[in-house]
Ligand binder design. Structure first.
Ligand SMILES: *Cc1c(COP(=O)(O)O)cnc(C)c1O
Length: 427
């Protein structure tokens, strides 16, 4: 019907084995993938090539903020792609400027740089910190044990987990790790070379651990005292996942002094484009001009297409009050996970997290899982797949739930019921 949309090439053999074979032969095997091949989705459901339906409580690792195949995203993509997809950052485009303004409006006075991923957004913050301390010879950034900051060379150096560094030494210098939520440890770790501290508001890959309000406020005061930049990685925990635009806005809600809190830099990605790649970092005034012309760049960063999609998603999130949805439904789901911990203590230790960034921490040494040497989290995630639910392991003991922001109450109910079914079978 429309000549500008060419007929896609036919999918010759849309079956599990042949797709697996394409990967085995042609795709770098850097991922430990689950044995699932997906073809399409709708809302919070996704379908595998055999037609089996799954409730997606992982949303592509906190990426598909409006679920799958959302018509508003399709429309933003098609409409903008008919106008302009890319022109490079040698020029100005309206969507990039407007998206930056929307982000600034929701965080605080400052400016935004656009990248294509979370790791790249963090790289920009590391560069801003290096620039900030350069003339004084300060360069060192403290990050938390169990943190995750991406897979680039600086990202793995920043990440406080040995498993991402192994085999890639020597690490890029200038990062040291401190225990999370331990203000004294942060104070004691500061050296004359330290220029910044970076933390996640809620540690994601490390197992769903929120920062305490005291830690955030304490780090703010410490960084002010020592002239350090306080950087926050909001790639996973940001974008309404806690019920507010950024995690610190939720964590510090109602806390005396909390309303004045701002980090000096903050990275975003994952949910920002709802599946279309886009990352960003925000720098607070007066640091917003640290990276002057010629100091930092990205060919693809902030294309009109990516920004138009991100603007549309923001519009939908606000129009449909999805932050509220996250708070209400997230609290209900967490209470249900707590109930599972009460009813099945030999399988579930406790719930973790806040909003739609939830974790189900499994009990140690569950007898029903003893026969396999796979980590408990992986085994339970596999059992949930069989039951038709997608969740994401974090470490060896935690199952993460990172649903789309527009998850519906009955879908949350279905998810909890299926999780309970799987947990019940473990006791
Ligand atoms: C996913 C993630 C990253 C890396 O983002 P990519 O888009 O994969 O580069 C960085 N930090 C945190 C907290 C993340 O969850």
């Amino acid at each position: 019907m429309n000549e500008i949309l060419p007929t896609p090439p036919p999918i010759v053999r849309n079956d599990y084995e042949s797709i697996r074979e394409l990967f085995a032969k042609n795709v770098v095997p850097s991922y430990g993938r689950f044995e699932l091949v997906f073809s399409h989705g709708a809302g919070s459901y996704v379908f595998d090539v055999a037609g089996k339906r799954y409730l997606d409580l992982g949303s592509g690792i906190a990426v598909c903020s409006l679920g799958h195949a959302h018509p508003a995203i399709t429309e933003a993509l098609t409409e903008q792609s008919k106008k302009l997809i890319h022109v490079s950052n040698l020029y100005f485009t309206e969507p990039q400027g407007r998206l930056a303004a929307e982000i600034v409006k929701r965080i605080g006075p400052g400016k935004v740089f656009f990248s294509n991923s979370g790791a790249e957004a963090n790289e920009g913050l590391f560069k801003a910190a290096r620039k900030f301390g350069h003339d004084e010879g300060r360069f060192e950034i403290l990050t938390a044990i169990n943190s995750f900051h991406g897979r680039t060379m600086a990202g793995i150096a920043a990440t406080g987990q040995e498993k991402v560094k192994k085999g890639f030494e020597p690490m890029m210098p200038g990062f040291r790790h401190i225990p999370f939520n331990d203000l004294e440890a942060a104070r004691n770790a500061i050296s004359p070379a330290t220029v910044a501290i970076m933390i996640e508001g809620v540690q994601g890959e490390g197992g769903i651990t929120p920062a305490t309000p005291e830690y955030l406020l304490g780090l703010r005061a410490l960084c002010d005292e020592k002239k350090l930049l306080l950087l926050m990685d909001g790639v996973q925990c940001g974008y309404f996942r806690t019920g507010k635009f950024q995690s610190f806005q939720r964590i510090l809600e109602g806390v005396p002094g909390g309303e004045k809190f701002l980090p000096d830099g903050l990275s975003m990605a994952k949910s920002l484009g709802g599946g279309f790649p886009i990352g960003a970092f925000w720098l607070r005034a007066p640091y917003q001009d640290l990276l002057g012309p010629g100091t930092h760049a990205s060919t693809f960063g902030g294309t009109p297409l990516a920004c138009a999609v991100a603007l549309k998603i923001l519009e939908v999130v606000e129009k449909e009050k999805l932050g509220e949805n996250v708070r209400k439904l997230g609290a209900w789901m967490q209470a249900e996970l707590d109930r599972l911990a009460q009813e099945y203590p030999t399988a579930v230790k406790r719930s973790r997290g806040i909003g739609f960034m939830l974790g189900l921490e499994l009990a140690e040494k569950i007898p029903a899982l003893a026969a396999s040497d796979k980590p408990a989290a992986i085994q339970v995630v596999n059992r949930l797949h069989a039951a038709g639910v997608l969740t994401i392991p974090a470490g060896t003991q935690v199952i993460r739930l990172l649903p789309s922001l527009n998850l519906k109450p009955q879908e949350a109910g279905e998810g909890i019921a299926k999780i309970e079914e799987v947990i019940k079978a473990l006791v």
